[in-house]
Design a protein around this ligand. Structure first.
Ligand code: AMP
Ligand code: ZN
Length: 313
């Protein structure tokens, strides 16, 4: 198999792009795909200060490295979830990456704010661990972006993440989530601008990039494991992609071409509380962060964990 760009030996085949690349041309391909995503959707402007949410996994560490190579001003943010060895290893990869490249890094610990573990959160909310964990991440990401004066928050979601989320949201016609199913969300009062610059690249492409660039990342899976439904959607979509290369891309970008027509008003309220609650620029009575309700969902989560634990004691 030869590289389509230079005819040297190819190391990766990309049927969706009708291409195959050698390491050097693949590197150029990845940088150009990220550059294109950023430009097409005006994700990051030259003077921006980007807060990169880094989990210690391949996607977010590669994203941080790519943004650095593209010359953007970045600060890393890692949320230590306190999930045993998994979190210790994740955090250590993030710290080594930052010190190796001399990049600024902010770390916060979930356990400093919530009086319980991710398992306690799951018990208190009676939802899968990923749900309370996701809520906490969104809260910390936004709060840190605002506190550090970052103008954009970037996450390492890739094409597979975005396509499977779209698929799930469409299956259930979750209008409130579909309106937000985009790789660029504008900044609003109290809410940071959010972008996903890896949206044009697949999981496999990111794994290949991290390998070729020798970026060490956490290999073990989170013991609470990813959302089983999302894994099923990714598997199904990969089967369709294998039979018809380019489908994942066409599905997501076709939706993004139409999203403003489907949802001209932007996002409808997510919950009944939002629909009848405070204006979007309301503040949480307890923590002062943006909230649709008198007490924000993160502070309510903290309270549920606290009372749940004290009932047990
Ligand atoms: P996930 O929700 O685990 O699929 O992660 C999606 C993206 O969220 C990652 O690519 C990171 O940018 C960010 N992220 C996830 N977990 C963390 C964490 N513990 N600390 C900082 N960023 C994270
Ligand atoms: Zn609050």
């Amino acid at each position: 198999m030869k590289c389509r760009a230079c005819t040297r030996k190819a190391v990766i085949k990309l049927p969706s792009h009708n291409s195959a690349f050698c390491p050097d041309c693949f590197d150029r391909f990845v940088l150009s795909q990220v550059g294109r995503a950023i430009e097409e959707r005006s994700m990051i402007a030259p003077g921006d200060h980007v807060l990169v949410a880094v989990s210690g996994g391949k996607d977010s560490l590669a994203l941080w490295e790519i943004l650095m190579r593209l010359g953007f001003r970045t600060t890393g943010f890692h949320l230590d979830l306190g999930i045993g060895d998994y979190s210790r290893e994740s955090r250590s990869h993030v710290e080594s990456f930052a010190s190796r490249h001399g990049l600024p890094l902010t770390i916060e610990s979930l356990r400093d704010e919530v009086d319980g573990s991710v398992s306690d959160i799951a018990r208190a909310t009676r939802r899968p661990a990923c749900s309370g964990c996701g809520l906490s991440k969104r809260y910390f990401f936004n709060r840190t972006a605002l506190r550090t004066g970052a103008t954009v928050l970037a996450t390492g979601h890739n094409l597979d993440d975005e396509v499977s989320r779209l698929f799930g949201n469409l299956l259930h016609w979750h209008d409130e989530y579909l309106a937000k199913n985009r790789p660029d969300l504008p900044s609003l009062e109290g809410l940071s601008k959010k972008v996903k610059p890896l949206v044009r690249l697949t999981e496999k492409e990111m794994a290949t990039y991290a390998f070729l660039r020798k970026i060490p990342y956490v290999l073990q899976e989170c013991p609470h494991s990813a959302d089983a439904k999302q894994l099923l959607y990714k598997k199904l979509l990969n089967e369709v992609e294998a039979a018809s290369p380019g489908t994942k891309h066409a599905f997501l970008f076709g939706f993004l071409d139409r999203i403003d027509r489907f949802y001209p008003e932007g996002s409808p309220p997510e919950t009944k509380e939002e629909a009848s609650g405070l204006a979007p620029d309301g503040r949480c009575e307890q923590c002062g962060e943006i909230s649709w309700t008198p007490v924000c969902s993160f502070c309510r989560l903290k309270e549920r964990v606290r009372t749940g634990l004290s009932e047990k004691r």
